[in-house]
Design a binder for this molecule. Structure first.
Ligand SMILES: *[C@@H]1O[C@H](CO)[C@@H](O)[C@H](O)[C@H]1NC(C)=O
Ligand SMILES: *[C@@H]1O[C@H](CO)[C@@H](O)[C@H](O)[C@H]1NC(C)=O
Ligand SMILES: *[C@@H]1O[C@H](CO)[C@@H](O)[C@H](O)[C@H]1NC(C)=O
Length: 687
């Protein structure tokens, strides 16, 4: 399928408004300046309001609540607050009616008591109290709330949860958000996951789109049941799929993960009738662990997720942990379930283009001004921080450099880089421009540290001055200067310091274990089974990389993994970096800057010029990591930086070898990904 070339703006606007309402379309053509994209919303909200039916609330059935705005009708269970049905464009229910009532559209929480009975308890959030928050012609907001008391200890997560849903006049979809709270005195709990889930009609939704270059016809859920589970249950080889074209492909939901900063719209398209179901997430502020944390999107089911909190690509370090007695409150969302349609015979792929436009409209409208909970703050209750970030690295450039495209963010006060493990608070990130200028808008009041990192430079920036945001504040910071870790001039380097292993060698997948979407794709690393290819490429001897002779694009495997021996055991592997020195400078120590893009149950040991003799090794990371990025096809997980002191007695004139041993090896998924390595000479006096 291709996007129609003659896809006109008029038609774009037409799709953008809410479909089905012929009167509206006529109205739209009369009023609309068709060249302006944001118009859709303006027309719908202001001028166009009267042309739409009022939002209607039906509460006569004690077990259900129905809200109807003429475009869609949503049916909630009462008082639990699950979404039972979404009627739209002639389809009685976009959700899978063969699923039980609580298994169609719901919120869930996974939790543990640290010392308690339960681990990994999966709990659907079933509310006990239904309230009507707003019932106006132009908007209905509903609340489905649940609370906790000590009699529920060990059986229910110790949280007050208030699930909110909003339908508006003339808006083709619904908003949902959740207010989560703990009171003082409540017991300790660990929470690895919070999300909202929508399970769509499997007979209708077959085409999934999670980004511009990740769209495809997906297998059916039963194809996975009939298929062959691979090294873990999420990955299945499709041996007998309903659509025979998919035979021989691998399906794994983790192949569709995105970095949170890019995860703004994803969903499904039904071909007949042509209808789109989209999860739009206009802000990252309530997600956790920073902008490049990765998470699931949509996957076989057909399922669409809004992931609010997870340990995916971060591990246990990124879960929420509460001490005994600790109070807390946070708003997750709102996220927007957006529905669109075109006429039969039109190209359904246009629905993706339109969903992207709607996503931009939602992003522009953030923070929303129509939510009724006082815990979700409107724009005037928030503040702004702006400034410019420069980089001082005199070994690279005597002059200050711009912090070009730096990621700059506010997160809970902590250490350098602590934001990548921070999961209880809000985070506010922006990307600086070419000259390092940044502006962070719509920050909630509170105390923060300002953090940053700059692609092309190692390490983390943190400004030691705590920043306090107050409503309406506009804080202009002085010029900030980041001095990346650096002790001396570069002797050699491997890779690009960008927190991913993407520049290294990613092998072709096994031809029998492919996801065809990722053939000839920029994200080749999303293929299944690449870790096993290491032993194919290095059957007898581990990787040896020679400085000035090797090319890291082709000669440095993207992940330092274990070696599979006879399909039975796994063994540790030792990589070598070989380099020559004309002389050894004895005016001080050398430094090995070792930046990792991921670690999974690994220990990386570093030895200089003697492999057998150096025990303990000259340097060891110790046991680190649980981000599971190798098995989950991420090209990075959490970032680790080590600046290793290399006494000059460890080096020699002529040939030198650095041995990198990943010593933990009971599974195929253990290992590290390197981001970047650099050997620095001793400091020079002028710096
Ligand atoms: C931290 O921020 C303050 C306030 O803008 C500024 O004066 C100071 O120079 C900053 N520190 C660094 C290391 O950039
Ligand atoms: C390992 O298992 C795979 C798949 O079962 C098989 O194709 C391969 O021949 C086996 N290799 C060895 C060395 O036994
Ligand atoms: C050089 O490295 C050695 C070994 O790590 C360390 O003991 C020593 O303090 C370092 N010297 C300097 C000047 O940093």
């Amino acid at each position: 399928m291709e996007i129609r070339a003659n896809w006109s703006r008029q038609w774009g606007s037409l799709v953008g408004c809410s479909l089905g309402a012929v009167i509206l379309l006529l109205f739209f053509f009369l009023l609309a300046d068709r060249s302006e994209k944001t118009l859709v919303r303006r027309v719908l909200w202001n001028d166009g309001q009267d042309s739409h039916p009022d939002v209607k609330l039906y509460t006569d059935n004690p077990q259900q609540v129905v809200v109807d705005n003429g475009l869609l009708q949503v049916n909630f269970s009462r008082p639990d607050g699950h979404v039972l049905g979404i009627k739209y464009n002639g389809i009685d229910n976009l959700l899978e009616e063969r699923n039980s009532r609580e298994d169609r559209g719901y919120w869930d929480v996974v939790w543990n008591e640290p010392e308690g009975r339960g681990t990994g308890i999966f709990e659907r959030v079933a509310a006990t109290e239904f309230r009507i928050i707003t019932e106006r012609e132009d908007q209905v907001e509903l609340s489905f709330g649940t609370t906790w008391d000590v009699s529920l200890r060990g059986r229910k997560v110790p949280l007050i949860i208030d699930k909110r849903y909003i339908l508006q006049r003339g808006i083709s979809g619904f908003y949902s958000y959740g207010i989560f709270e703990r009171l003082e005195g409540w017991p300790a709990v660990e929470i690895p996951q919070i999300r909202a889930v929508y399970k769509l009609q499997k007979d209708k939704f077959h085409f999934m789109a999670v980004s511009e270059d990740k769209q495809r016809i997906m297998p059916m859920p039963e194809d996975r049941l009939k298929g062959q589970a691979l090294a873990y249950p999420e990955a299945v080889l499709l041996t007998d799929p309903t659509d025979s074209e998919l035979r021989g492909e691998v399906d794994d939901k983790y192949q569709y993960s995105l970095e949170d900063k890019d995860n703004k719209v994803h969903g499904w398209i039904s071909a007949d009738p042509p209808v789109g179901f989209w999860m739009i997430t206009p802000s990252n502020e309530f997600r956790t662990a920073g902008p490049i944390k990765q998470d699931l999107t949509s996957h076989v089911g057909p399922i669409t997720l809004a992931m609010f909190l997870s340990t995916h690509y971060g591990g246990k370090e990124t879960e929420m942990k509460f001490e005994d007695g600790e109070a807390w409150k946070k708003v997750f969302g709102p996220v927007f379930v957006y529905l669109n349609s075109v006429d039969n015979g039109e190209n359904p792929l246009e629905l993706w283009a339109n969903a992207k436009e709607q996503m931009l409209i939602e992003v522009e409208s953030w923070p929303y001004d129509f939510t009724q909970s006082e815990d979700f703050l409107s724009a005037d209750q928030r503040g702004t921080v702006s400034g410019q970030l420069l980089v001082r690295e005199p070994y690279v450039n005597e002059r200050l450099m711009w912090g070009q495209s730096a990621y700059v963010g506010l997160a809970a006060p902590g250490e350098k880089g602590s934001w990548q493990r921070e999961s209880k608070g809000y985070q506010f990130w922006s990307e600086a421009d070419e000259q390092g200028y940044f502006i962070i808008k719509n920050v909630r009041p509170g105390d923060y540290n300002l953090y940053a990192w700059v692609p092309g430079f190692i390490g983390d920036y943190k400004n030691d001055t705590q920043i306090t945001i107050t409503p309406g504040c506009e804080i202009k910071l002085d010029v900030l200067v980041y001095e990346p870790p650096r002790h001396g001039p570069t002797v050699w380097e491997i890779g690009i310091p960008d927190r991913t292993a993407g520049e290294f060698y990613v092998p072709d997948p096994y031809p029998t274990l492919m996801n065809r979407l990722y053939n000839n794709h920029l994200e080749k690393f999303r293929q299944y089974g690449l870790w096993e290819r290491y032993a194919d490429l290095y059957p007898d001897q581990d990787l040896i990389y020679t400085i000035n002779n090797g090319d890291y694009h082709t000669d440095w495997f993207f992940a330092h993994v274990t070696r599979n021996v006879n399909n039975r055991t796994y063994e540790a592997t030792t990589w070598q970096i070989v380099f020559g020195l004309d002389n050894v400078n004895d005016n001080g120590n050398y430094t090995l800057q070792l930046a990792l893009a991921s670690a999974q149950d690994a220990e990386l040991q570093v030895r200089f010029n003697e492999l057998g003799g150096a025990n303990p090794p000259h340097f060891s990371t110790g046991p680190i990591g649980g981000d599971n990025a190798i098995a989950r096809h991420g090209i990075h997980g959490l970032y680790w930086l080590y600046s290793i002191d290399v006494g000059n007695s460890l080096l020699q004139i002529g040939k030198n070898t650095i041995y990198l041993t990943q010593s933990r090896s009971i599974s195929p998924f253990q290992g590290v990904m390197y981001d970047y390595l650099r050997l620095e000479g001793p400091p020079q006096d002028q710096y």
